[in-house]
Design a protein around this ligand. Sequence first.
Ligand SMILES: Cc1cc2nc3c(=O)[nH]c(=O)nc-3n(C[C@H](O)[C@H](O)[C@H](O)COP(=O)(O)OP(=O)(O)OC[C@H]3O[C@@H](n4cnc5c(N)ncnc54)[C@H](O)[C@@H]3O)c2cc1C
Length: 343
Amino acid sequence: MHAHTLIVGAGPGGLACARILAEHGLKPLVIERKESIGAKVCAGGITWGGLISRVPAGLAEKTFPVQHIITPLQRVRIEEPTPIIATVNRIKLGRHMALQATEAGAEIMTGWQVKQIHEQKLVIEQKDGRHQQDITFDHLVGADGSSSLVRRHIGLTSTRVGIGINYQISGDLADMEWHLNNRYFGNGYGWIFPHGETVSIGAYAIKGTMSAKLLKKGLLTWAERSGFSLAQEQARAEYINFDYQGWRYGRIFLVGDAAGLASGLTGEGIYPAILSGEEVARTIIEPDYKSVVMEKLIHKHRLHSRMVRVTSLNSAFNCLAGEGVALGLRCGVIKFNKLEMAV
Ligand SMILES: Cc1cc2nc3c(=O)[nH]c(=O)nc-3n(C[C@H](O)[C@H](O)[C@H](O)COP(=O)(O)OP(=O)(O)OC[C@H]3O[C@@H](n4cnc5c(N)ncnc54)[C@H](O)[C@@H]3O)c2cc1C
């Protein structure tokens, strides 16, 4: 089998890339190891400046014109005329994006995992392990998330990585909350993101400044003090790669988490994945294409990484930074969109 462009991974980055390529008459082939598309450990938050205005309104579970930022010393309420953040169900988002891509002409093979990558071909294996196939390609796109095989094939390591832990529990809450509390979350944060009939409760921190075990312990203690009993619920955790080192390597391209384009500051990665997927497709279609959007995205990513470095200096400084951000948001000196990846 041969593909003009072979995309590894049917997450938002891979599907966005496939849609644009297919709309231009190129027939991309997407290989996805999961049997179905969309399921992913995620809080499902998308921002107004980033994605809310680009997805059908019916995909938003809940929209929030008001944000609550809570620190040990402050409780800040920010309100905007338009929703600042909405929550989406990743399965519904994945299905919607897959439909867009296949309707445009992309082919998606689910239940096949890329096992090996060679110079001009790769080997895929079906779930049961009994069937293998070789596929040759002209272009290869690594959209295979934070532990990307394509990234490792290029020879890139991922040392700057965040840890995200999520509990999706049933309940119907009204307020979206961000908790900056060094005691429980180190230089990360805890969140409450209400969805339709469920609520995402979780925490994010930088690996290397806090272990996953300690973050989970902090999250459970904080949740219990906040009135949520998570002990009987199932935690799901994954790494979020923000170790960006490049996105084009000859005929091989990286998008989203595989490229390390998620925000190190907040872990926001859906928008950078979609944007970079679209821009990689445009570069494959037109090799001289100069992606101003990628330049802006990388600039924003660097700003967030710099903020991570500053807040990681020590815990006293981190506490001060948390209070400073909350105060800045309260006074309007810091705009909430500075904390978003939207460009
Ligand atoms: C707890 C948690 C909460 C988060 N909350 C948010 C949030 O609220 N908002 C936000 O914007 N971001 C959030 N993120 C980050 C976001 O989920 C990711 O940044 C985003 O999904 C990246 O998209 P992607 O397309 O690059 O990769 P992914 O969504 O990870 O997709 C990669 C795909 O590749 C497939 N794959 C991997 N290896 C192979 C292989 N060898 N062969 C075939 N297929 C393969 C995988 O099965 C997967 O479907 C969160 C992350 C975590 C862990």
